[in-house]
Design a protein around this ligand. Structure first.
Ligand SMILES: NC(=O)C1=CN([C@@H]2O[C@H](COP(=O)(O)OP(=O)(O)OC[C@H]3O[C@@H](n4cnc5c(N)ncnc54)[C@H](OP(=O)(O)O)[C@@H]3O)[C@@H](O)[C@H]2O)C=CC1
Ligand SMILES: CC(=O)N[C@@H](CCC(=O)OP(=O)(O)O)C(=O)O
Length: 344
């Protein structure tokens, strides 16, 4: 059994981790950590877990991790880097759901993350855990930086086409919509029901922390440095990410070639569902680890790609468990709903 601790178990991603891990055949959940909820039973914080787990949330102390094999860290931005180096020193495997260890360009990193200087040197220890694209590196990693929710949906759709050099890189337009759970459980005025309901708004245009992440890993995985815009929007739903990407493809490219590229890259990947010309819908991926991808090219070589995920599952806890399975040499689908065939 893999003995697990979760730091940030009382948050939204913590809840999803628990629901998946309680159903995992090779996992034993040992310790749960929080901040304002210390001393409270986890089944009182996440009432959906009533009758499923009898653990109380504790205050984190790295000296209590002696029997732990893997720690999931689901803390707000800037908090993980305070605890992860101490856990790493003990030789324990770690999966960080936050952004603290995703960027290796220090200029970009310091723009977006309030850091402790000692944590900067530490960045090189992390492997970026985009499961479908870094399986080999994940297998041998001690520390995984789990990808952000928007970058997961963007990269899974764009990488195969950029890797095959069929997209014009002069301009790619990326528009994403997220449910409100993407912002976590802390209350802010802009996230209350009456502000969000029956409305849609863009935010952090040109300044979102996921722009450098997308840039870094398009280069890393596809050796591509396209000029792109990324505009996130807040949608009045609880969960899900809907990403629409517009670009032009090179003049010799047609839909058949794109079909072949996606099939080659993803036909054996259990969480990617290729929909070709169908239009994906959020309701078909929420509560799952699937990423549904569709594509369309018109006679003027305009490409539209659509990619949908659940921000809390494929965009956070589900991908984290997929990465845990890969790190421990297990079937990567354990604990998660999966595709057993790719025809429907
Ligand atoms: N929500 C999402 O869709 C996604 C989130 N992520 C990332 O995952 C991480 C967790 O996100 P999410 O679950 O939404 O966050 P939440 O805000 O829902 O939960 C945060 C958790 O961290 C604990 N916590 C808060 N502040 C501190 C602190 N100063 N020290 C120690 N513990 C603290 C909270 O404990 P308590 O409740 O006891 O106060 C709670 O357990 C973030 O880095 C986020 O960016 C990544 C992808 C998607
Ligand atoms: C709706 C909403 O506010 N979403 C968050 C997503 C944050 C997240 O999940 O990403 P990190 O782990 O990279 O911080 C945002 O746009 O900042």
């Amino acid at each position: 059994m893999i003995k697990i601790a979760i730091i940030g178990a009382s948050g939204y991603s913590g809840a999803e981790l628990l629901k998946i891990l309680l159903n995992h055949p090779h996992v034993e959940i040992k310790n749960l950590y929080g901040l304002s909820t210390v001393g409270v039973k986890i089944s009182e914080v996440h009432k959906s877990l009533r009758g499923m787990i009898d653990l109380t949330i504790e205050s984190f102390d790295e000296n209590n991790l002696n029997e732990i094999d893997l720690v999931f860290v689901a803390l707000p931005s800037g908090e993980s880097m305070k605890v992860i180096p101490k856990i790493f020193e003990k030789g324990i495997k770690i999966i960080d759901l936050g952004g603290d260890f995703r960027l290796n360009d220090l200029n970009e990193f310091t723009k977006y993350y309030k850091h402790e200087h000692s944590a900067l040197d530490f960045l090189k220890n992390a492997v970026y855990g985009l499961s479908e694209w870094s399986e080999n590196e994940i297998q041998s990693a001690q520390l995984i930086a789990n990808p952000g929710c928007y970058p997961t949906s963007v990269q899974l759709a764009l990488l195969p086409l950029l890797k095959n050099k069929i997209v014009n890189e002069n301009f790619i337009s990326i528009t994403s919509y997220s449910g409100t759970s993407g912002a976590g459980k802390s209350a802010t005025q802009s996230m209350i029901f009456s502000e969000v309901n029956e409305s849609v708004r863009a935010y952090k245009i040109s300044s979102h922390q996921h722009i450098p992440e997308i840039k870094q890993y398009l280069k890393h995985f596809a050796n591509s440095e396209p000029n792109f815009s990324f505009v996130p929007h807040l949608l009045p739903v609880t969960r899900g990410i809907y990403t629409t990407i517009s670009a032009t493809v090179k003049k010799e490219v047609d839909e058949n070639l794109i079909n072949q590229i996606f099939e080659k890259e993803y036909s054996k990947k259990p969480f990617i569902r290729l929909l070709k010309n169908e239009i994906p819908e959020l309701k078909d991926v929420v509560y799952t680890n699937f990423c549904d991808i569709s594509w369309n090219v018109d006679e003027n070589k305009n490409l539209v790609l659509i990619s949908t995920i659940d921000n809390l599952i494929k965009g956070a806890a589900g991908q984290a468990v997929q990465n845990m399975n890969i790190m421990f040499g297990l079937d990567q689908t354990l604990g998660l709903l999966k595709c057993t065939e790719k025809k429907w």
